[in-house]
Design a protein around this ligand. Sequence first.
Ligand code: F0G
Length: 465
Amino acid sequence: MNPHHPPEPFRIKMVEPIRLIGQDERERAIEQAGYNVFALLAEDVFIDLLTDSGTGAMSQAQWAAIMQGDESYAGARSFQRLSKAIKEIFGFRYFVPTHQGRAAENILCSLSMKPGAYVPSNMHFDTTDANIRARGGRPVNLLIDEGRDPQNLHPFKGNLDTQKLRAFISEVGPENIPFGMITITNNAGGGQPVSIENIRQVSNTYREFGIPFFIDACRFAENAYFIKLREPGYAQKTTLEIANEIFSLADGATMSAKKDAIVNIGGFLAMNSEDLYRKACNELILREGFPTYGGLAGRDLDAVATGLWEGLDESYLAYRLAQTAYLTESLLANQIPVIQPPGGHAVYVDAGRLFSHIPQSEFPGQALSVELYRQGGIRAVEIGSVMFAHPDPVSGQMVYPDLELVRLAIPRRVYTQSHLDFVVQTLVEIAGRGRQVHGYRFTYAPEFLRHFTARFEPVPGSAKT
Ligand code: F0G
């Protein structure tokens, strides 16, 4: 057995049936969905790799914790248990629960953003990007150049370029940067990890200029395990020790617990500043709920508290990272272009290369996500021009992202190796008729986060025979 692919450190106690509907039914379903997989019915999907967010399988310990949920409006025991886990893992002085990560981002942005202000990061995820823009701010991505090259094998491709950061802060002035961020792992750039050395340098830079530093912590445990595997001096440290060190470098964090806390809903905003905490409580009461439940049920808080520890478990993380490595290696063995090295939670297919005949303006990634469904009932999300292309605020010219990707996100503890083999087989079949695949154009697109609700029609002209 390949030691890099350890078997699942759990066995299956409950099953949820799934089924591959017929080819005709799939064709009808995707057409009715306006060629947007977000509009498909889940029951029409066979293998759902749309997201690893909120789609994990909870453990028996989490379900048991749910039964102990304390639904008191204020001061519930569930809140105490969550506080203890957050204190021990993250170490921040204060936190407020939120219903998910973007609610934490919204509170942070609503309290700190001035129109025209900048928020640098390695790479903002789409909800963070949109929350900053929605408050009149300007998100800035300062990823290292290696992170933009799909074939570069840099061990920490999620790192932020600290030279660019320093130059950027000097150019716009620290007074125009209400807070700085870093996303671990870098979801929008391939689920790539950030080194602790880089987090330290970023922290030092922000601190030198007096800029509060917030970590987008959704996949902190996967990032911690990458550090353990790859960063000199960390092999003997536990993922908990690594997490403690990471968060000691920051002033706060936004967290979607739907990722590394392996729950179906939940999140929080953590911080050291008492002033920010007080303001966050007021904002929370206005929009989410009382500060000891933050828009969640007490039982949800208990599931998060338990899941935060399970997410850090090293036998689980070894299996988890092995799944993305297995899928990546299998696709590469079949000449399917994917981002390398494999990230933590997902495999990113380079649709721009696979469908090099489709121009960025006709969305090669969208085309691949449609083909995955048509061919194998697989649902995956485009991370390319549908998600990120936008007109330049000054010139009005369209600005396209560097990469046209399709993300195969792996839900936690949900799919087996045979499911992954089916995904590989499906992609091989699609690649075999690559140039016959055509692009798409919008028939409807909202202003923000348009990939969720946009509708499309095919542009047959872009297919080559
Ligand atoms: N930050 C990152 C890096 C994320 O990946 C997400 C969500 C969020 C913030 C927002 O958290 O969904 O709980 O509000 N990512 C999901 C995904 C949606 O599919 O990658 P949320």
